[in-house]
Design a protein around this ligand. Sequence first.
Ligand SMILES: C[S@@+](CC[C@H](N)C(=O)[O-])C[C@H]1O[C@@H](n2cnc3c(N)ncnc32)[C@H](O)[C@@H]1O
Length: 216
Amino acid sequence: MPEFENYIEYGLDISRANESPVRVLQDATGVGRCGVGSTVWDAGLVLAKYLDKQTQDGTLSLSGKTVLELGSGTGLVGLALAKLQPACTVILSDKSELVPLLERNISLNCAQPNTTAVCLDWCDPESGSAVGPVDMILVSDGVWASELHAPLAETLGRLAGEHTRVILAFESRNFEEEAMFVALWSQKFRFHDIKPQDQHPVMQSEDIFLFEGQRK
Ligand SMILES: C[S@@+](CC[C@H](N)C(=O)[O-])C[C@H]1O[C@@H](n2cnc3c(N)ncnc32)[C@H](O)[C@@H]1O
């Protein structure tokens, strides 16, 4: 597909027996038309492997549930979850320019049948209105730009129901800005950090934080 001819493949192993690695095409330069979302970010790797560990431990069972990923980028996190939890429905989402890459990466994983890609722009309150109630929302590295903090917090507030679990992962780059996002988020959500000992033993970092929250 010429649109992605300069992209390279990235693979992430998951622990599920007989399951092949998650494969995504990415623009490792991150300078192409799709912007920052066309590259796999480290917080996404940490989140994907946390979901892997939870699945292996038997503490995460999403059978019959619907999971929405916001700002999916290449889709690595949501695609990993779709393989780990084949009986759940996964909706990958991002701005419109990323949807073709998400669709391409879904097909790269044998057209993962439980996974779709939609346009959901945090800055457009109408976008994503077709997405129904969801049981879980995942966001990895969604707080890297302070101008998106309010739209992201508003989107989470709009899409999360009373029982929706929200898991955020981000790499710390500017503590003051990130604290401002957390303060904004805490207006509508209660949350706790996911401790390093509960994360994947290897795929974790002292700079990458995981939080789980729910509406107040
Ligand atoms: C830093 S990247 C992280 C990508 C991916 N989650 C990962 O961990 O590899 C941030 C993502 O947020 C998306 N994004 C930026 N602004 C957005 C908006 N207004 N609405 C929805 N997604 C947005 C970008 O396109 C990009 O995919």
